[in-house]
Design a protein around this ligand. Sequence first.
Ligand code: ASP
Length: 585
Amino acid sequence: MRTQMVGGLRADDVGAEVTLAGWVAARRDHGGVVFLDLRDASGIVQVVADPETLGDVVHRIGREWVLRVSGTVRPRPEGTVNADLPTGEVEVPAGSLEVLNESEPPPFPLSDRADDVDEVVRLRYRYLDLRRPAMQDNLRLRARVNAALRDAMAKQDFVEVETPMLIASTPEGARDFVVPSRLSPGSFYALPQSPQLFKQLLMVGGLDRYFQIARCLRDEDLRADRQFEFMQYDAEMSFADADDVMAVVSEAVSSAVEAVTGKRPGLFGRMTWHDAQERFGSDKPDVRFGMELVDLGPIFAATEFRAFQAPAVKGICVGAQGEVSRSTVDALVERAKKLGAAGLVWMRVREEGGTTVLEAPVAKFLSEPEKQGIVATLGAVPGDLVLIVAGERRMTNRVLGVLRLDLGKPVIGGDLSPLWVVDFPLFEAIGTDGRPTPAHHPFTMPHADDLDLLRGGDLLAVRSQAYDLVCSGWELGSGSVRIHQSELQQEIFSLLGIAPEEAHDRFGFLLDAFRFGAPPHAGFAFGVDRLVALLAGEENIREVIAFPKTQSGSDPLTGAPSEIDAGQLAELGISVRPRTKGASR
Ligand code: ASP
């Protein structure tokens, strides 16, 4: 239907006879000739349509009409070259013009920026939204990432295997989406939260190196970086340890980054979970900027100042705050309190008669050596704002970690600063029943050096062989070395309070498989949507998904979720309780 795409037309093409096809992105009708911006998937070119030769239809043509145009490329007249458009030096006077389809006026402008268009409207007409160059770019970038990941994994001898969608429950700990079974009414399949159990079975099955870009589903509240369904790069390898897995994944991520930016990211950093907490107050530290948490405890070991007589006293130094206003610091204090701190001590750093001084409401309670200690330890210079939190250690780290991000986080885009966070704790917390809750899933191998602690020590101090990959302060994904011997697995289950019968009900098939020579194995998974969003410089993953759900989980385009008819329900043996006023069902 066409001789070429429009986006490649340049001054070199002047004189060429071309036939083009696409949509009318814009039209300028000054009564005489009509200028049409013709858009196809490659870009835009200016077409000049003359009603004298083409007839009155030219005046009727509207935005998003579908046209086929033939003509001879010519240079644009002096003074009308558009330097912002790659094809801006040329235009195509239409020798013939065929209307392939008409269009209703689009409900919103399909220009590059959609910031002021309601997202629900964009999603309702997603097929139009997708015509916008920004969305086209994002989806094409996404396809390049997928291709690069597949390629990198194939090169590293990984076998792509599809695992099932209709399964029994998975161990990721989120809420399952369930599918009622017609053949056994009252029974349900779960949709996979991850291919976890199957990839481990593949290792028992001798596949050695498995990989998949898998669709995963978790029924959790949606956020900017979370959808019900998402694509996960998922890998597992046998006879491998954490270093082997991190090397493979680093290579895959580097290839994806290179496919998009043309440049491989530098060396991936590595930091223990403990250091991440102490230095950045987070298990997903954004290491693109400094403003690290500094331990001020030693300075206040014998302080008279009551507020600093605490298990931990830590501070951050916010640069170049100048004359930061009282309302700004008041807001920071409020924020710190909301986050659980008893208070927030702030100090302006000033220059006075050649020396650096601290100006703050609490300054009078601090001794001179204490004040000097703060300046020296934090490396504070005039113009800085010092923020100090004292109290229980975890809280102190957390609060300062959040303030640090509030005050310093660079925008998404550019530098990914990939970082492996290693030696995660095995357990997240101890519940009221005295049982620990796992930080990862229950198949995560404890750290070899901490097995004694597991058998009668501080459970929260037990490290695991789990690792996360963090990019630009986003947790991209996580993985672990798995437990492959049943005795240790039993031990963990009993610590977690999973009775043998329950373990058998939930994961019996995996435990059975492990009795037949399971190899040592380890794996990893990361969110492809998140990686693509980072590379596209988008804060919101919906911008890199063709047909996402809204924050409330609905699809304005198809109307999902929707009711199903009585016959379908009957076949499934399901009856739906009538909706009661004010209650969700
Ligand atoms: N299955 C885990 C997850 O989806 C990743 C892994 O441990 O490999 O988070």
